[in-house]
Write a protein that binds this ligand. Structure first.
Ligand code: SF4
Ligand code: SF4
Length: 240
C-alpha cells in the first residue's frame, strides 16, 4: 500500500496501555475490529469465532490512509451458543460466562507467568527475609517469568482449552475432533449451568453479554445453523 502512496502501518496487537485498569488492555480491540471487518462474531467465551477456523486465530490491525470498501459484517451468530457450551464445560477456571468472561479467573490459567503475577512475586521477594530471598530467586517461577518475557510462553495465551474444544471451523474437524470429543473437565454443575443459560435465553430473560450494545458483536440474528451447514459442505468436499 505504501508503494502506491498510502502511509500504512501494522498495529502492535498485544500492546497494553497501563492506564487502562492495570492489565492487558489496548486502545483497539482486534476482536471487535475483526467483527466489523466481517471475519466472524464473538462466541460464548467472547473469543472471535471465524467460520473457517473457529477461535483458533490471532488478529492484528493495519492502519492505512488508503480508503477501502469494507466487507459486510456477519450478522448471524457464528457461535452455536448455549446448546453447545463446550467452552464452558472445558474451562478449568470457570471463567466462561454467558457471552462474557471473568478475566481475572481466566488470567490464572492463561497468563500463569503474566506481568501482574511477576510484579506480585517480586514484591514478595523484596519483602522476604534476606535468608529466603536467594531461594525464591531460584524457584521455578523465575524460570517461568524469564520464559514469558523472552518467548511469551506462559505470559499470554497459556490455556488452550476453550480454543481446542470449539467445534466451529473446518480445522476442528480435520485435526481436533478425535482428540477433543471427550471433555474431561465437564462436570454435572457445568452441564446444568449451560442448560440454565439455554433456558434463560429461550425465555427471553436479560443476559448481560447479549445487551443491545454487545449483541452487535455476538450476532444480532442469533444462531441459524452456520456450523452445521459448513460441516456438511466440508464433508462433501473431503472424502473420508
Ligand atoms: S483461556 Fe482457559 S481459562 Fe481462559 S476462558 Fe479459555 S478455557 Fe477458560
Ligand atoms: S465451544 Fe460452542 S459455545 Fe463455545 S464458543 Fe465454540 S461454538 Fe460457541
Amino acid at each position: 500500500m505504501e508503494a502506491i502512496g498510502h502511509p500504512t502501518f501494522v498495529t502492535a496487537a498485544q500492546e497494553t496501555d497501563w492506564d487502562y485498569k492495570r492489565a492487558s488492555y489496548g486502545r483497539l480491540s482486534t476482536r471487535h475490529l475483526g467483527v466489523e471487518a466481517g471475519l466472524g462474531t464473538l462466541g460464548l467465551e467472547v473469543n472471535i469465532l471465524t467460520p473457517e477456523f473457529g477461535p483458533r486465530i490471532y488478529l492484528t490491525g493495519i492502519l492505512t490512509e488508503l480508503e477501502l470498501e469494507p466487507d459486510e459484517r456477519i450478522t448471524e451468530q457464528v457461535c452455536i451458543g448455549e446448546s453447545c457450551s463446550r467452552c464452558l464445560h472445558a474451562c478449568p477456571a470457570d471463567a466462561v460466562q454467558h457471552f462474557g468472561i471473568d478475566k481475572r479467573a481466566c488470567a490464572g490459567e492463561a497468563q500463569e507467568y503474566g506481568f501482574m503475577t511477576m510484579l506480585q512475586y517480586m514484591e514478595r521477594v523484596i519483602d522476604a527475609p534476606a535468608v529466603e530471598r536467594a531461594a525464591m530467586l531460584k524457584k521455578r517461577d523465575m524460570y517461568g517469568f524469564w520464559q514469558g518475557l523472552l518467548r511469551v510462553v506462559g505470559s499470554f495465551g497459556d490455556c488452550p482449552r476453550c480454543l481446542a474444544v470449539c467445534p466451529v471451523g473446518n480445522d476442528y474437524h480435520l485435526h481436533l475432533v478425535d482428540h477433543q470429543k471427550v471433555i474431561p473437565e465437564r462436570t454435572p454443575a457445568k452441564l446444568a449451568l449451560g442448560k440454565r443459560w439455554k433456558a434463560d435465553r429461550l425465555e427471553g430473560k436479560p443476559v448481560a453479554g447479549l445487551s443491545p450494545w454487545n449483541e452487535r458483536w455476538v450476532g444480532p440474528e442469533g444462531y441459524k445453523g452456520m456450523v452445521a451447514k459448513q460441516l456438511a459442505a466440508f464433508k462433501r468436499k473431503t472424502p473420508e
